[in-house]
Design a protein around this ligand. Structure first.
Ligand code: HEM
Length: 128
């Protein structure tokens, strides 16, 4: 049997495209996250599409353009509190539900996102 990357298992480009669109539509309406994101989420959505592609074993689209991900460093200029990390994950779960992702590949991806989201936390909750 030929083994699949997580990228292939979740449905590749089409799934990631749908996921980031559904996710940032939610970010745009979220009172806790909206204030730290840019007004126009077009580039943010595109960067996340590129990042998640490589994160799951697809082509290194993000690094090809922006260099080493260094995600924690790139998030340092924003107040990422535990509450914001939990909200980010909750919106990601809703987006996954909306586009109909399910099964072990979704679970694997979500577990890895939990780890990254917790790693991004750089401020205590009481600053929000
Ligand atoms: C960029 C917030 C977690 C991946 C950003 C930006 C904000 C943000 C405000 C800047 C948007 C922009 O300027 O376009 C958060 C918050 C998180 C979180 C509140 C909660 C924990 C994550 C996670 C990932 C991620 C878990 C990856 C799995 C990215 C990427 C960018 C980004 C790829 C674009 C970086 C760049 O400018 O090149 N995030 N983020 N973020 N975030 Fe997050």
């Amino acid at each position: 049997m030929i083994s699949q990357t997580p990228y292939e298992a979740i449905g590749g480009e089409e799934t990631i495209r749908k996921l980031v669109n559904a996710f940032y539509l939610r970010v745009a309406k979220d009172p806790l996250l909206r204030p730290i994101f840019p007004e126009d989420l077009t580039l943010t959505t595109q960067k996340q599409f590129m990042f998640l592609t490589q994160f799951l074993g697809g082509e290194p689209l993000y690094s090809n353009v922006y260099g080493h991900p260094m995600m924690r460093a790139r998030h340092m200029r924003f107040q990422i509190t535990p509450k914001r990390a939990e909200r980010w994950l909750a919106l990601m779960k809703e987006a996954m539900d909306e586009i109909g992702m399910e099964g072990p590949a979704r679970e694997y991806m979500y577990q890895r996102l939990i780890q990254v989201a917790h790693h991004m936390v750089n401020s205590p909750d009481d600053e929000t």
